[in-house]
Design a protein around this ligand. Structure first.
Ligand code: PXL
Length: 286
């Protein structure tokens, strides 16, 4: 008798495809798949490169394809253990995501919204301030959000603080983000001194706040937010706690950045996460 394989856990990953530059789906898909999780992809746009530091990139908006794709999946009765949204290419896509969540929400799936829209104190040039309002609204529909400190400030309509931070400041930001109407928050880019950098996790259901910090590597590297959030989700779906998952994701991201810093490649080209996958899997398979 053939042994019936149990269905793998499945994620709907909703991000753009930036052909070159290692971010969004070219990072999300390999990392979540490596974690043993089936990954269904819904591309929001196709670009030749990401928008960070490149000029003259091509941009094909896929807003009109989203609803027909979702309708087809619905007709097949596909279920997702998690829905993970990142870069959304238009204001209309924010509304389409709300509808997607309503359609595919089950009693126990996880909706992760990474409010990709800003970094280093600046809103990405392609977005207007309306987009921030729409993203704030989408975050209230999530179970978990993963903003960096720039996105956190925009979501809270507060001035950006470049850091270093205090524990009081981070606690306040986490609680205020959760008060927008989301149970779990993982804040990235947290540092209290020049030596360490990482993430802070907050679960409003238990009131638990934790830090996952690692040695800071100077410089700014593209795609690391997507790498971090994908590893976090992969670990959560392998039943690690929020704090454990954030620690795994910080280790993986730091390892990839370290390899890239050592190689000295152009920071726009993304980080060498591929050769850190074995370390990530050692953590996941523990
Ligand atoms: O990694 C975030 C991201 C995703 N997608 C596109 C981007 C960026 C950041 O710049 O430009 C197209």
């Amino acid at each position: 008798m053939t042994k019936q394989l149990k269905r793998l856990k499945r994620v709907a990953a909703i991000h753009d495809i930036s052909g070159f530059g290692k971010c969004s789906l070219t990072v999300v898909l390999p990392v979540i798949s490596a974690a043993g999780i089936e990954t269904t992809v819904l591309p929001t746009a196709i670009l030749s490169t990401h928008t960070g530091g490149f000029t003259d990139f091509t941009y094909r908006d896929l807003t009109d394809d989203i609803q027909p794709i979702a309708n087809h999946w619905r007709s097949l009765n596909i279920e997702f253990d998690a829905i993970y949204t990142g870069f959304l290419g238009s204001f209309a896509q924010l509304e389409l995501m709300e509808h997607f969540f309503d359609t595919f929400r089950t009693r126990d799936n996880l909706i992760l919204v990474d409010p990709v829209m800003a970094d280093n104190g600046e809103l990405y040039k392609i977005f207007s301030s309306d987009f921030v309002v729409g993203m704030r609204r989408l975050c209230t529909k999530a179970d978990l959000i993963v903003p960096n400190l720039t996105e956190a400030a925009l979501l809270l309509n507060e001035p950006y603080n470049p850091g270093p931070y205090t524990e009081d400041y981070i606690t306040d930001i986490l609680k205020k983000l959760s008060s927008l109407g989301v149970e779990k928050v993982v804040l990235t880019g947290v540092f209290f001194d020049a030596q360490k950098l990482g993430a802070a996790t907050y679960d409003a259901a238990t009131g638990t706040l934790d830090y996952a910090l690692a040695n800071r590597i100077p410089g700014y590297y593209h795609g690391t937010g997507d790498l971090f959030a994908s590893a976090l989700l992969g670990a959560l779906l392998n039943d690690f706690s929020l704090h454990e998952a954030a620690s795994i994701a910080v280790r993986f991201t730091t390892s990839a950045i370290q390899k890239t810093a050592t190689a000295g490649t152009d920071i726009r080209f993304g980080v060498n996460f591929e050769q850190s996958i074995p370390e990530f899997l050692q953590d996941i398979l523990k």
